[in-house]
Design a protein around this ligand. Structure first.
Ligand SMILES: Nc1ncnc2c1ncn2[C@@H]1O[C@H](COP(=O)(O)OP(=O)(O)O)[C@@H](O)[C@H]1O
Ligand SMILES: [Mg+2]
Length: 212
């Protein structure tokens, strides 16, 4: 369960989030909407503990997430493993020289053995229909292919929460349809899904739409 209580956040002295509160239950599918610059990505960064609220409290599964909490490396590692974050800018997310290594990155961080890692990578390649891209360099893939690889690489940690920031940007119709179906499937297996999107593709399947 994600609980944001009275969150205030500013960059320098420009306020972005003002007394924002919400609760997102396990397994819930939430779409976040709002004008450009209203703070959607900032909110996702706070949920991912990349930014921290100045006022207010963020609680994840009953634990307060603040700077102090994530200073504990062991806690931070366990926390980041629970939340898969697909950035708006996919290029900023993909940095390995092959799709295989990209998907294997998080499982390697988790110090799984290479046999287990190979199995996990294969599972993710199958799940996202990217088997044929296994040896390719992520940098040279199409936008749709990159998005699939980014999704595969965060899912390789088996996170309980999946967060996507404007995932439909630059995707063609076929890739958008794939993503809608894929997230529906992830929702049906019980993952919590939080999407920022200004398109209406996810409205039908969302449990809730939050207007920022
Ligand atoms: N790192 C940053 N430093 C200063 N201002 C920022 C930074 N990131 C975002 N902003 C500003 O904060 C506001 C909210 O940004 P953001 O959360 O990215 O909005 P959204 O995702 O809803 O478009 C915008 O005005 C943006 O220019
Ligand atoms: Mg944004």
């Amino acid at each position: 369960m994600i609980k944001l209580d009275d969150i205030c956040f500013a960059y320098d002295s420009t306020p972005v989030l003002k007394h924002f509160s919400t609760e997102i239950a396990d397994g819930e599918f939430v779409v976040i909407k709002g004008d450009n610059g209203c703070g959607k990505s900032t909110l996702l960064n706070i949920i991912n503990a990349l930014e921290f609220a100045e006022i207010g409290t963020y609680t994840f599964d009953g634990t307060v997430i603040d700077k102090k909490a994530v200073k504990n490396e062991q806690f931070a590692k366990a926390f980041h493993q629970k939340i898969g974050y697909v950035f708006q800018n996919t290029d900023a997310q993909l940095f390995c020289s092959s799709v295989y290594d990209e998907i294997a990155f998080a499982p390697r961080q988790m110090q799984l053995d290479e046999t287990e890692i190979a199995k996990r990578v294969d599972d993710m390649l199958k799940l996202t229909g990217t088997e044929h891209l296994k040896e390719r360099a992520p940098f040279h893939l199409s936008m749709g292919e990159k998005k699939k690889v980014a999704v595969a690489s965060v899912l390789a940690m088996n996170p309980q929460v999946l967060i996507l920031d404007e995932p439909m940007n630059f995707l063609d119709k076929k890739s958008r349809q794939w993503l809608v179906e894929f997230l529906n499937q992830m929702h049906s297996v019980g993952k919590t899904i939080i999407i920022v999107s200004h398109t209406d593709d996810f409205d039908k399947m969302a449990d809730r739409i939050i207007e920022l």
